[in-house]
Design a protein around this ligand. Structure first.
Ligand code: GFB
Length: 322
């Protein structure tokens, strides 16, 4: 059942993360005040009993499952167990508890790395499980695939209105700017800023710079989540019989071109040194957005504008004054 009452209670799991904080902001801006938020220090989503008790006590009507163990290409490689097991546990517990407590609709956030490495571009939802995965993020991908299938299984067997959104690489205010564990956009933003400020004017870019990625602003995916939450079930299932939607920006670019745009927006002119000892990962993962577009949703924030907002947030919140 879709969201049509501003008094409804909505549990945002993972509300302190990049995506979760954008979802909370969007819901507040749209007049939804009855939000249920619980920090991970008070609720370990990997613990089934705690999650069951939490749902029993709070009885949320709607759930956005944005909690996940996430990280960039190197973090995926270094912590495969965490990426596989933590994500499987979080999803299993939250989806089960939401089912048992009769949640009206749940939105599960997945990732476009669930699709086969060699999937035809732009990637359609129907490419799921049609070929081998990219090896650098296979553990995370397998966990997210299990989440999508759990949503589909609950719908099929128990008629639960659980929807899966597959998002492309996200960026935005509140992102992780740690140079080892972050994704490419925040990592390069920080390297360029620090190189420019220190006067060295040289940065290391992992890999060849040739892989292509599609970047979606965090407030846009939040907008998509709320859009889907408010759309009647029959409209969603009409365009997505498998209850899965890709959410992308609509264009991709090479990592080298991303560096050029970052430099343009940040007004830096650093020399790029490509470190070929680091992995490239998937060559390309542009998604086909046509299902959401058919329903009237497209990403509203141009890449340069999103990068500028992110850089302003980074300078105000993360960068040390030189
Ligand atoms: O964003 P990223 O870590 O993840 O890397 P993926 C994207 C591309 O940027 C890769 C290159 O080709 C990296 O080698 N890159 C260049 C860098 N410089 C850097 C840098 O300083 N840091 C990082 N992190 N990358 C992730 C998956 O894949 O995508 C996750 O590992 C998830 O599981 C996420 O699916 C959306 O796009 O390759």
């Amino acid at each position: 059942m879709h969201l049509n009452n501003s008094e409804s209670s909505i549990y945002v799991a993972g509300h302190t993360g990049l995506l979760g904080r954008a979802v909370v902001k969007k819901l507040h801006n749209d007049g939804y005040q009855n939000l249920i938020l619980q920090p991970s220090s008070a609720l370990d989503l990997r613990c089934q009993r705690s999650v069951d008790d939490f749902f029993q006590d709070n009885q949320p009507e709607f759930v956005i499952l944005a909690a996940a163990r996430v990280g960039g290409i190197l973090a995926n490689d270094q912590f495969p167990t965490d990426f596989l097991v933590d994500n499987l546990s979080i999803q299993l517990n939250v989806l089960n508890a939401a089912h048992k407590s009769g949640v009206k609709r749940l939105i599960f956030l997945g990732s476009t790395c669930i699709y086969p490495r060699e999937a035809p571009q732009p990637i359609k939802e129907t490419a799921l499980l049609s070929g081998p995965l990219e090896i650098t993020n296979q553990w995370y991908a397998v966990a997210k695939i299990a989440g999508v299938l759990q949503c589909q299984a609950l719908r099929r067997q128990h008629n639960r209105d659980f929807i899966a959104l597959m998002s492309t690489n996200l960026y935005g205010p509140g992102d992780n700017f740690d140079l080892e564990s972050s994704h490419v956009l925040p990592a390069l933003m920080r390297r360029l800023h620090e190189a420019y400020e220190s006067g060295s004017k040289e940065v290391t870019v992992w890999g060849s710079g040739k892989p292509r990625r599609e970047f979606l602003y965090s407030e846009d995916i939040a907008d998509a989540c709320v859009f889907v939450l408010k759309t009647p079930e029959e409209d969603l299932l009409h365009v997505a019989p498998d209850s899965m939607f890709n959410v992308g920006y609509g264009e991709d670019l090479s990592i080298r071109d991303l560096c050029d745009i970052l430099q343009e927006v940040m007004q830096t002119d650093c020399k790029l040194n490509f470190d070929l000892s680091k992995p490239d990962g998937t060559p390309r993962k542009l998604v086909d957005n046509s299902r959401l577009a058919q329903l009237g949703w497209n990403a509203p924030t141009p890449l340069r504008k999103g990068i500028l907002h992110t850089y302003q947030w980074y300078k105000a919140n993360v960068a040390k004054p030189s």
